[in-house]
Design a binder for this molecule. Structure first.
Ligand SMILES: [Zn+2]
Length: 365
């Protein structure tokens, strides 16, 4: 008798296989009737590091960056900031991406900067000595996911080539009856009706502008208050760490632009904010980046880039990258070209801002 005779050997047909229906579906389907194959929005190059789980894993492996926690999202997820810079920096800059979950371009910029500051090169292998140089003077607080609930809710990693209808469904979300949420409400100033807290039973997909409590993430309701816990915690974090400048990264269908708040929305020096804006544009162009169009905001509704300077007197900007959905770029532009432009434009603007901030410190403003 051989040893294997102890085993009751079954033929393949006799083995009962677990029910395949119960296995994880790693190729999700659109949550509303949509003809397109979703996989082309999931298969992105490794260097376009924007997926929630992948980024979390990557951050766990950092050697030089110091991970810190801004707070916890409404859904209980950590809001992580990674710090690079000297122990006592002359200027401190906080960059937050993924305020809106579909706007992944900024996550790629932030993650590539993190890799530059870890290794000297970005995730495509390109060297950026200027980042290493400026990070010896300026402290960088890099927050890949301002709104981690939305990022975790994302089904895809790229919106390049996507129809407006599809991105609109994913961005604003839709009710169980299939109708998308009212764009006027979710894009306009905060009102009781623009948040969907209390109406969650009717939501089919929560979209990418809300946290898990159904609160708009970028619409404080007044000078003192945001209904989004993320924003109240960020306010406390910026104050505690004495951050000089905050910039959040978004995307839109226009050429890259830089928004500042209107004069009445800062308790700091508005002239200096405008000077910093101009110097940032200059520095960004000088290092090879775009010329971001300046946009001077109005005081119709509160946004995070109004809320922080109003309460803290700090500088604040919103950078908008040109997203890659259908109609934004010429039809045959290779996806790789758009992902690269989206990543590098943001990196150049962050570099330009850091240099401008340091330069102003140098001039003793
Ligand atoms: Zn946005």
């Amino acid at each position: 008798m051989t040893a294997c005779a102890f085993w009751n050997i079954l033929s393949l047909e006799e083995i009962e296989m677990p029910d395949r229906q119960l296995s994880w579906n790693s190729n999700p389907k659109w949550p509303w009737p949509c003809e397109e194959d979703i996989s082309k929005y999931i298969n992105v190059p490794d260097w376009y590091l924007v997926g929630y789980e992948e980024v979390r894993g990557f951050l766990r492996g950092l050697r030089k960056g110091r991970s810190d926690t801004v707070g916890k999202s409404a859904g209980g997820r950590p809001i992580t900031a990674v710090y690079y810079g000297p122990a006592k920096p002359r200027r401190k800059l906080c960059i937050a991406s993924s305020t809106h979950g579909t706007e992944v371009e900024g996550v790629s910029s932030v993650m590539n900067i993190i890799n530059v500051l870890e290794t000297g090169h970005d995730l495509r292998g390109r060297k950026w000595p200027a980042f290493g140089e400026i990070a010896r003077k300026v402290g960088f607080y890099l927050v890949p996911f301002y709104n981690p609930d939305a990022a975790a809710r994302s089904m895809v990693k790229s919106y390049v080539g996507m129809s407006f209808d599809a991105i609109n469904h994913l961005h604003v979300g839709f009710w169980k009856n299939g109708r998308t949420l009212c764009r006027k409400r979710v894009f306009g100033p905060w009102t009781k009706e623009s948040d969907v807290a209390g109406k969650m039973d009717y939501i089919g997909y929560l979209g990418q502008r809300f946290n898990d409590a159904g609160r708009l993430i970028n619409r404080p309701c007044s000078r003192r208050r945001s209904m989004a816990v993320e924003t109240m915690q960020m306010l406390a974090y910026l104050r505690k760490n004495r951050i000089d400048c905050y910039m959040d990264l978004h995307s839109h269908s226009t050429a890259p632009c830089l928004h500042v708040c209107p004069k009445e929305r800062t308790s700091g020096d508005y002239e200096q904010l405008l000077n910093l804006l101009e110097l940032t544009r200059e520095m960004t162009k000088k290092c090879g980046g775009p010329d971001p169009i300046p946009i001077y905001g109005n005081a119709k509704g509160w946004r995070n880039n109004h809320f922080f300077p109003a309460n803290l007197g700090i500088y604040a900007f919103t950078y908008e990258e040109k997203g890659g959905w259908k109609g934004c770029f010429p039809e045959r532009t290779p996806f790789e070209e758009i992902w690269t432009a989206n990543t590098y434009n943001g990196m150049y603007t962050i570099l330009g801002l850091a240099q401008a901030l340091e330069f102003r410190g140098h001039l003793n403003y």
